[in-house]
Design a protein around this ligand. Structure first.
Ligand SMILES: Nc1ncnc2c1ncn2[C@@H]1O[C@H](COP(=O)(O)OP(=O)(O)O)[C@@H](O)[C@H]1O
Ligand SMILES: [Mg+2]
Length: 499
């Protein structure tokens, strides 16, 4: 069977395709400087191939978690699991053929390398009966297969480099097709890069990277100069799955977007993912029952891992055990995850205009998908979170004394206006321009700029703020008593949608 994935358009306007079957056998290396469009390209490839092949993404920045909602990938927050747990999750993902995103966001470099290595190890070492083909996409691959020792420990680097070498050099027999992207070819371990037979080269500035690219492609170095002038989203393709001779292509659009962009997503029913979560991430069976492979390093003896080790065997009972004794870090982590879910929800430009009940339902579904079902806030707590989020105040900031002070002052206002006051306070505190009428309207949940201006006047009448216009019609708002003032801002500006 031949499956041709359309990656985009050639300069001549024809379809630029990628032969998926061939890709599985010959792997792919994507290189291009930051902003050249690599992650977009990977996303296009993942979306187009999702119906055909199981996928796993090693995602250092949490860019790809949005694939979950449209394509059903299971998001694994690496931070929340031990290396042993992740190795097991990798094996189970193959056994049950579930596509996954390993979200490594929030971990330090050492933690990212160790956990990625553990998960890749699980994919690699699964029993022969489960060697079905799958794509393993590694974004920012130079982090996981660095050419030279960096700031991480030797051990972590060796584990990760070993896993990447297995993926690219020995993975084929086991059905693993490595797709790796890097912004700096010169920083990527040579043996890992050398195993790819397909290349997509994007904009490249540095001579040393250009020289490496030319070597890999078998081009004259001066021919590779052309990579310097490539526009964002434009790549030079070469390889058995792409084109026999260098072909210039522009990568097409994607259905989903990185979390910071405007998503057009509809959440899948929670039930299906919940099941996948339970199957893939259930607590490990007792040690004795598992044949020991390469001995993973013992987890650090902190409270959390002690609890994990001592816990009974179901995910629920472990969750309960943790529930009973949340450490401050645990709480902060949970708050941060809830905040992330909320900001994903608010990234929808329509979110500001939905009834709170509808937003809350959507929020609960997302919490369940993230495995936070029991830790979800009630409606009142959600209302407070929403006010804060619309005002652009993070959970962390909200804990600061000065913000407690601001919140106390805002208490004289009706609840729905408190967020507006906080929003202006936030801008003043950060020395940013005063938010425009549209921005205020959106935060207030209305499309009417007039209404936004009336809210401002009302807050001014309560003696909390003073509004002034400067010589050019830009608005400055000063907070009474706190004596913070915003920078001048155009009241009529079209505002950016806050991510
Ligand atoms: N082919 C394309 N079409 C439209 N937008 C693109 C394309 N390629 C990249 N972009 C946009 O450009 C920005 C940078 O792209 P990204 O893929 O994140 O770059 P990189 O991963 O190489 O740093 C993103 O906002 C992305 O959506
Ligand atoms: Mg990227």
């Amino acid at each position: 069977m031949t499956v041709a994935i359309e990656m985009g358009r050639t300069a001549a306007g024809g379809a630029a395709t990628l032969d998926l079957e061939e890709l599985l056998a010959t792997r792919l290396l994507v290189q291009g400087n930051s902003g050249s469009g690599k992650s977009h390209l990977l996303r296009r490839l993942l979306e187009q191939s999702a119906p055909w092949v199981q996928q796993s993404i090693i995602d250092p920045e949490g860019d790809f978690v949005t694939l979950a909602e449209r394509f059903g990938h299971l998001v694994i927050d690496a931070e929340a699991h031990t290396e042993q747990g992740l190795q097991l999750a990798g094996e189970r993902a193959r056994v049950h053929r579930v596509s996954t995103v390993l979200n490594l966001e929030g971990l330090d470099a050492e933690g990212q390398l160790r956990r990625a290595a553990a998960f890749l190890g699980g994919l690699f070492e699964v029993d022969r009966a489960h060697w079905y083909p799958m794509l393993v996409v590694v974004d920012e691959a130079q982090l996981f297969a660095p050419a030279i020792a960096g700031e991480v420990s030797d051990e972590a680097r060796k584990l990760s480099l070993g896993a990447m070498t297995n993926l690219m050099c020995r993975g084929r027999k086991r059905g693993l097709a490595g797709v790796i992207a890097t912004q700096r070819l010169a920083k990527l371990a040579k043996n890992v890069a050398a195993e790819a037979s397909n290349f997509l080269m994007g904009r490249t500035f540095l001579d040393i990277d250009m020289a490496r690219a030319a070597d890999l492609l078998g081009m004259e170095r001066r021919q590779a100069e052309a990579f310097r002038d490539l526009e964002r989203g434009h790549f030079m393709a070469l390889g058995p799955a792409l084109s026999r001779r260098p072909l210039s292509l522009r990568v097409g659009d994607t259905e989903t977007h990185a979390r910071t962009a405007i998503p057009r997503l509809t959440p899948l029913p929670g039930a299906m993912l919940e099941d996948a979560h339970a199957v893939i991430l259930a607590a490990p069976p007792p040690e004795a029952a598992r044949p020991q492979r390469r001995a993973p390093p013992p987890p650090p003896p902190d409270l959390l891992s002690q609890l994990m080790a001592a816990s009974p065997t179901t995910a629920e009972s472990r969750a309960e055990a943790l529930e009973a004794l949340p450490s401050p870090e645990e709480l902060a982590h949970r708050r941060a995850r809830l905040d992330r879910i909320l900001s994903a929800l608010l990234a929808d430009p329509e979110a500001g205009f939905r009834a709170i009940g509808v937003l809350y339902q959507d929020f609960l579904v997302r919490c369940r998908i993230e495995g936070l079902g029991s830790g979800a806030p009630d409606l009142n707590a959600f209302r407070r979170m929403l006010t804060r989020a619309r005002a652009g105040i993070s959970a962390e900031m909200a804990g600061e004394d000065i913000w407690q002070d601001v919140a106390a002052r805002s208490a004289v206002l009706p609840e729905d206006m408190q967020g507006i006051f906080m929003m202006i306070a936030g801008a003043a505190r950060a020395g940013l321009p005063c938010p425009s009428d549209t921005a205020i309207a959106r935060a207030y949940g209305t499309r009417s700029a007039g209404r936004a201006r009336r809210v401002l006047s009302y807050i001014e009448e309560q003696g909390l703020i003073v509004c002034q216009l400067d010589g050019t019609g830009r608005r400055i708002v000063t907070l009474v008593e706190l004596a913070w003032a915003t920078a001048p801002g155009d009241p009529n500006a079209e505002s950016e949608v806050r991510a």
